[in-house]
Design a protein around this ligand. Sequence first.
Ligand code: 6PG
Length: 234
Amino acid sequence: MNINIYKTKEELSDKLSDYVINNHLNSSIAISGGSTPLLLFKSLSTKLSSSKNLDTKFYWVDERCVPPDSEESNYKMARENLFVNNIFNSQNIYRIKGEKDPFEEVINYNKILRDNLTLDKNIPSFDLIILGLGDDGHTASLFPHEFKNLRNKEECLVATHPSSGQKRISLSEKIINNAKEVIFHVTGAGKKYVIDEIINNRGNYKSYPASYINPKSNNLSWYLDFEASEMLTK
Ligand code: 6PG
């Protein structure tokens, strides 16, 4: 496990975007939503602003079951900040259709993953998955209150947000752990305790879905800012 710590979330996004550009421009990448990826998306689209129709393939770690123009849509945030000025070939952007019936879309997205990703032991395998982390230890939309979802043998599943009840579609633990490389991209003091528990296997780590992200490739890295890493560096 590699732990990369940077002074600020801006420096973190700058370094992580350099890493993605230098190592994954021809990769199949699953990106997360929420607020953390925004600076990364902006850094990537700024550095690649003179590129056109790059061959990078983009998928989502999870998506809220809302229309693509909703303020809550993970796709909308990526479309507005990452997929700008035709930098990337739009044929290679595989969005989860949050406007569809969740149980129909999960079947559709499972097929998209199986049809487009390389298979490793007959399981679709991403080149890179960039995960966020909730302060409750969730990642993707694998939530502590739905612990049974960790045993789901599909590639993606329907989840429910614990407080809003909003339906989500999420990659499963199975496909995440089948990726060639997994990165946790986490910032802010609000995550420092859960990060310490997960990395050091203490406290309530066994109740956190993020604790079960251990890719078979052993290629797992954390990209943290100082605030998020504070407990690790005490
Ligand atoms: C989502 C994300 C989710 C996110 C964490 C962290 O759809 O919200 O995929 O898993 O990564 O909740 O969210 P923040 O980046 O906003 O802290």
